[in-house]
Every structure is written in C-alpha cells, then in structure tokens.
Design a protein around this ligand. Structure first.
Ligand SMILES: Cc1cc2nc3c(=O)[nH]c(=O)nc-3n(C[C@H](O)[C@H](O)[C@H](O)COP(=O)(O)OP(=O)(O)OC[C@H]3O[C@@H](n4cnc5c(N)ncnc54)[C@H](O)[C@@H]3O)c2cc1C
Length: 376
C-alpha cells in the first residue's frame, strides 16, 4: 500500500476505534499500566493488519515500505495511545532477527513480537561495558548440549517483561575483542536466568540487571555466525537510530505542542521557543531523509549517529523549555499530568546516554564521517 492511502485509511480506522484503543489511565501510568496499554494497542493494530505493513511476508508481514511503520508509530504517539520509547523496541530488534535468525525462527518469533504477544529485550551492556561494548565478558561456552551462558547484563530495558533476549556473549578470547562475540536469541524463562529490576530517576523500573548462571541455549538459537556477533551489533545499532527515532521525534512534537497550548505564551522566552522548534524541525528533516533511504533499501551505518545527536539534543531542549514554562508542575505538581511532565523531564536526561552516549556519537561523527583520526 502507498503511504498516502495508508495514512488516510489508518486515520479513519483510528477515529472509528478511538474508544477501544484509549488508555484506561490518565497521564503517565505505572509501568504495568503502560505495558498493558501497549499490549492492547499492539494486538488491535496487528489484528486489523496495520502493524503488519512494512514487514516482509516471510515473518507474517504484508509487505510495503518501512515508511508505513514509521507513520504508524508516529500517529499512535501523536494520539497519545502509546509511550514511544517502549513501543519502538520491535524497530530495534525485529530487523536484526529478520537479517540474522534462521528463516524458521524468524517466521515463528517475529509475529509474536509485532502482535504484542511477547516483549523482547536487548542484552548488550554489562557493568563496566557500555560504550566499550567490544570488551563484553558474559561468556558462552559450546558444550555437547548447546551453549552454556554465564555472566551479567545491566540496564536491560523491560527485561522483567521479556519472553526473549537478543544477547551478546563472549565466545572467543577476550583479546580477540570484536571477533570473539556471538549473538544468541535466549528464552528468558530458561533455568539459571534471574532478573532484578532497577528504578530509574523518573521513578519507573524500566530496566534491569540480568544474571545468567550456566544457562543452556540451543545452538539453533545462534544469530548469524559463531564469533561474528559484532556484525549483528553493528547491524542493530543503525536500526536503533532510525525508525524508532522518528517515533521519538513524533513524541517530542506532541509534547512541544502541548506545552505551547498549556502555558501562557508570556511565560516563555520567544527566542528559546524558536530555538526548540528549529531543533525539532532539523531532526525531523534529517530523520525523514533516513526513513527514505531505508525505504529505498539502503544499508544504514555510522551516519545515523547524526540522527541520534539531533534527537537527543532536541529532547533535552524541549524538556528544558517544559521546566521553564511549567516549573511548578515539574517540581512539585501532584496531579497525573504534572507527574507525567516531571517523569518525562527526568527521562529526557537519559536521552544522551541510551543507544550510545552523545560523546560516543560525536566521536563517530568526527572519526568515521569526518575522518579526523582513528579510535585509538
Ligand atoms: C534508559 C536507558 C535504557 C537502556 N537500555 C538498554 C538496553 O535495553 N540494553 C542494553 O544493552 N543497554 C541499555 N542501556 C545502556 C546504554 O546503552 C549504556 O548506558 C550506554 O551505552 C553507556 O554505557 P555506560 O553506561 O557503561 O557508560 P560508560 O561507557 O561507562 O560511559 C561513561 C561516560 O564516559 C563517556 N565515555 C566513555 N567512553 C568514551 C570515549 N571513548 N570518548 C569520550 N567519552 C567517553 C560516556 O560518554 C559517558 O559520558 C540503557 C541505558 C539507559 C540510560
């Protein structure tokens, strides 16, 4: 289906199903409420076919361009039906499953993710290994029965809700760095996995520590080639910085609009309002070009670091303006809307950390795109 026809038909369907899709909580819900709302919306949009567009038929999709997925997330966000951050996880993990899992595994698993029957998580970061991902030490040893995994991950978003994990493990010598990493697709109910949720600054237990104690993972859950998991990490990261960021941009536009319609315009410095609008539109223009490149079948790479820099800068600028215009809501307000503004302000501080920190993105832009020296 073409994007214009998709938009028109989807908008009409959303108008008709507004009541069924609406959240049952006001403002920011508990994480359980947000997850239940997400599962409900995913099921309804999948069963009506909308979230199957833009995905290949071999994983239950209905084909068509990825622009259709970008628009679906945008419009669900614009209507405040979902929280963009937790909604976008399939945009990060499903493309990599499609690229690297066996055809049978991808065909079995991806529809469960898209329909919201399952949540998946991304087990990359470890204590002491975030930016320097290639130094990861969670180990997988090949045995007669399959892989045996032992080690720890941290900051694993939504791990406590997840049925599966895309896990990076060390299978070669530590000094082989990039070449000794293997990616596995792990069932989170396997014996030996324990999950300990961590509370973020904005008051939700959105991520977790995950411990692996001699966990058995069958060999047919290996993603891509053994010891070549680094290429999977490199494949996944640009996805993390493309369609999901487009959704994030839609969320920021929504909140910027709500801020302007909520506060007395005199309470805001017009120059700052203009600057924020400019940052938002700069990101949107950049991300639009990225979406078009994806839709044309281009492979994304380091240049998506620019998208990540622009969106995280815009996010903090939007919520700095929120803190200025709605100071009492952000600091002491106790109604549902104030709590949401406060939580989102606090969460915006993390936007320059998750998905690769702003300093690392700047290093990538300087070294790989502008060729201003090597990493070492
Ligand atoms: C809300 C949130 C959700 C997350 N979800 C997940 C998830 O689902 N799965 C997952 O695997 N991870 C997740 N993460 C972890 C995230 O990817 C890491 O926090 C991030 O990559 C940074 O790693 P680190 O925390 O170890 O910090 P470090 O790498 O220790 O960095 C500390 C500081 O040093 C700076 N620094 C480090 N190296 C350099 C360098 N070479 N040059 C310049 N500056 C440098 C960094 O920019 C940063 O300011 C999440 C993080 C957050 C905040």
């Amino acid at each position: 289906m073409e994007i214009d026809a998709f938009r028109a038909a989807l908008d009409e369907w959303l108008d008709e199903h507004e009541a069924a899709l609406a959240p049952s909580h006001a403002g920011l819900g508990t994480l359980d409420e947000e997850m239940a709302q997400l599962a409900k919306v995913r099921r309804l949009v999948y069963d009506a076919g909308w979230s199957r567009y833009g995905w290949p038929e071999r994983v239950g999709g209905l084909g068509g361009s990825g622009l259709l997925r970008a628009y679906l997330g945008e419009v669900l966000t614009a209507r405040d039906l979902i929280e963009a951050g937790i909604y976008s996880m399939p945009e990060v993990l499903a493309p990599t499953m499609i690229d690297f899992a066996s055809e049978a595994l991808a065909a079995e698993m991806v529809p469960k993710l898209l329909r919201g029957d399952e949540v998946w998580c991304q087990g990359f970061s470890e204590p002491g290994t975030g930016s320097n991902l290639a130094a990861l030490s969670c180990r997988a040893v090949a045995t007669d029965e399959g892989w045996r995994v032992s080690g720890q991950k941290v900051w694993t978003s939504l791990a406590q809700y997840s049925a599966r994990c895309v896990l990076l493990t060390r299978t070669g010598d530590a000094d082989s760095a990039h070449r000794g990493i293997t990616a596995l697709f792990v069932d989170m109910d396997s014996a030996g996995i324990s999950v300990r949720p961590l509370e973020t600054m904005h008051g939700l237990e959105e991520f977790s520590e995950v411990f692996f104690d001699d966990v058995l993972v069958p060999f047919d859950r290996t993603l891509g080639e053994r010891d070549r998991g680094w290429s999977i990490a490199m494949d996944l990261l640009p996805y993390e910085r493309s369609t999901s960021l487009w959704h994030r941009g839609a969320f920021l536009h929504r909140r910027f609009g709500q801020l302007l319609s909520t506060v007395d315009p005199e309470a805001l410095d017009p120059r700052r309002v203009g600057e924020v609008a400019q940052l938002l539109y700069a990101f949107r223009a950049r991300s639009r070009a990225t979406q078009r490149r994806l839709a044309m079948g281009e492979t994304l790479g380091s240049e998506t670091s620019i998208d990540k820099l622009l969106v995280s800068t815009a996010e903090q600028a939007v919520f700095d303006l929120v803190a200025e215009g709605l100071a009492s809501a952000v600091t002491i307000g106790d109604d549902a809307q104030s709590r949401r503004w406060r939580a989102e302000f606090l969460y915006s501080r993390a936007s320059t950390i998750y998905g690769g920190t702003i300093e690392i993105q700047r290093n990538i832009v300087a070294r790989r795109l502008l060729e201003l020296g090597s990493d070492r």
